[in-house]
Unconditional design. Structure first.
Ligand code: UD1
Length: 367
């Protein structure tokens, strides 16, 4: 018997999560899998570069949905994915993370009575204003296999009434990818290209709607970064959403005047990993980067008020700083004065999460 699996990815943070699963599936003769790219992210440096660098097979289908409002984007993904599933019978649909593509495809699959496996289930920020929180909660609700990356995710699911036998604590697939590519990324020349010295710069990533779509919050963050860049150069691979907002809100001139603040285009996986690994610290509102810095043992200041990944605070190197100017400046100074968190590795962040997932799916399907 052959097990047919569709693996869905749509936006940048999905690609490093499907890569290790593809790698394991590739070597299983009793599984046939198809990679579905929804096209939520489409720029070469937001999508193709990750497929090339991480060795993800070319998508079997690209739904090419592009950027739209949430409703239009979600609806377009659903229409395209339904057509795909009707024409290509699948036994399981695997979705990862918390983006619109994750929810859209799980909804389609479940209505066609195809079991859904959600990788990175159970994370909760408890902030219902985040589109990702809506996507997470609803995807979990309709999933048949809840693959969790940390113990707090298991607890969240149990509290929400999920039965224990649907929950599988497998570890963190994103860390599988990091471990696989770490040695390769050590050879990246990105520091030379950007004129940076090891441990003598900070990295910034910033793209959450709550931070960058609000003039007030973006302005507060820029104010704080202005002070920090006086103490240490900041490198910022800019997200397309933020690039637009900087122009719309008229912040370009202020940023130009910040001589130690350097904006560059989004980087590929290998260069970005090297950039993080050699930074003095990272400032971010990303979810995945909170986890990656924990494994790399690089201090991380998270410019949000809560995190769906609390293990990065309790065990890792993460500190919540919100959009509070004084707190951001204070925590950056602490690190520059060598007063920083070192952190421990969370349980099962060991590079084997994807293997565990595939073994469970095979066993459940009696293969
Ligand atoms: C999406 C995810 C978010 C994730 C982020 C990572 C949702 C609701 N949000 O947010 O969870 O952290 O991806 O990057 O799914 N754009 C381009 N080129 C691209 C893609 C987007 O220029 O390849 C621009 C478009 O102007 C678009 C904007 O970026 O309108 C935002 O893209 P979108 O996919 O809607 O949301 P993200 O902010 O990227």
């Amino acid at each position: 018997m052959t097990l047919n699996i569709a693996l869905v990815a749509g936006a940048r943070p999905n690609f490093m999560k499907i890569a290790p699963i593809c790698e394991v599936l590739k070597n299983k003769s009793d599984i046939e899998y198809k990679v579905v790219h929804t096209g939520q992210h489409y720029d070469e440096n937001m999508s193709k570069v990750f497929f090339d660098q991480l060795g993800i097979p070319k998508p079997d289908v690209n739904l090419n949905v592009g950027s739209e409002s949430h409703a239009v984007q979600t609806a377009k993904i659903m229409m395209g994915f339904e057509k795909f599933l009707v024409e290509n019978k699948q036994d399981i649909v695997v979705v990862v993370g918390d983006v619109n593509s994750t929810l859209a495809c799980s909804l389609v699959a479940t209505k066609l009575h195809i079991p859904v496996a959600h990788v990175e289930a159970g994370l909760r920020s408890f902030n219902w204003n985040m589109p990702e929180e809506v996507n997470r909660v609803l995807t979990d609700r309709i999933s048949d296999y809840l693959f969790t990356s940390c113990e707090d995710a298991n607890e969240n699911l149990i509290k929400e009434g999920f039965s224990q036998d649907k929950i599988y604590f497998v570890g963190n697939v994103m860390i599988d990818t990091l471990m696989k590519f770490k040695a390769f990324s050590d050879k990246s020349d990105v520091l030379d290209v950007l004129g940076l010295k090891t441990k003598d710069y900070a990295v910034l990533t910033m793209h959450r709607p709550s931070n960058v779509d609000s003039f007030e919050n973006l302005s507060k963050l820029i104010d704080a970064l202005k002070v920090v860049q006086d103490k240490i150069p900041i490198i910022y691979p800019v997200h397309p959403r933020t690039k637009k907002r900087i122009l719309d809100f008229g912040f370009s001139e202020t940023l130009d005047e910040m001589k130690n603040f350097k904006i560059v285009e989004p980087l590929g996986y290998v260069d970005f990993l090297h950039l993080m690994d050699n930074a003095r610290f990272v400032v971010t509102d990303s979810g995945g980067i909170q986890e990656e810095t924990t494994i790399l043992k690089i201090p991380c200041l998270t410019i949000r008020n809560e995190t769906e990944r609390p293990v990065t605070i309790t065990k890792g190197t993460n500190v919540m700083v919100g959009t509070d100017k004084q707190k951001i400046i204070q925590e950056a100074s602490n690190i520059l004065n060598n007063n920083q968190k070192t952190g421990k590795t969370p349980v099962k962040w060991d590079g084997k999460a994807a293997s565990r997932i595939v073994e469970i799916l095979l066993k459940e399907k009696n293969i």
